[in-house]
Design a binder for this molecule. Sequence first.
Ligand code: ZN
Length: 283
Amino acid sequence: MDEDLGTPVVDNHLHLDPEHGRGLEAVREFARSGGTHLLVVNKPSWLLGVEPDAGEDFRPVFETTLDAVASASEILDGRAWPVLGVHPGLVSKLVEDRGFAPAEARDLMRAGLECAAEYVADGSALALKTGRPHYDTTEAVWEASNAVLRRGLELGAANDCAVQLHTEASEDLTEIAAWAEEAGLAPERVVKHYAAGRLAGPTPSVMSEKDRLERAADRGEPFLMETDFVDDPDRPGAVLGPKTVPRRVRWLLDAGEGEAVRNAHVETPRRVYGVDTEATLDR
Ligand SMILES: [Zn+2]
């Protein structure tokens, strides 16, 4: 019997790997704890054994995610949605391991994003994912990465969809918000994944640790909640587990933070992605 927390409960960023990881068992665990909706982000291409040479080569990575999302939606009282893109860490794999020039890596990663955007255009994916490395790089790699990120923002604008970002840890990404604006994408539709409880610029998708959530709830600005569950058998304890968002929602409700829960699970998903987490709930 699934727990009913009396509200939609959305994990805004996790990964599912039915072949190598826990896959749908993780979805069942999320649902049993009261979780209702998932945004499932494709795993980095190299973790699925894909070595791309062209944008089309990312298709199997995206198709794996679409399949996992279809199965997850069968399990959930709400539903799951795919978020597709190219992990920014790929730039280092290409440059350091495969001898790409930074500009070549940039072009390949942009082509991968363009392939991802086709799934948004035909309605099979909800949003795009891009970003830049969270670690130090050479100037040339940093420049190439920012060019990829900006292409992601342009594709978000062209396809009228939100863009999730993987970036360095920061509480001020107003520069990226300005790039979004320039590209014609509302900055609120840019989502920083793995965020702290506070962020200037894009919408924060807050890692569901108590101190971060407390800060986000106190701030009262739009925010989302996530675990970044990686579903990687080689890194079992690397991140928060699939039960974490529902558990933290219960904790927020017990603390009288009903408004923050509504913010993160109903209002902000609507504002950022245009989805209705209440209407998509059958209970
Ligand atoms: Zn992730």
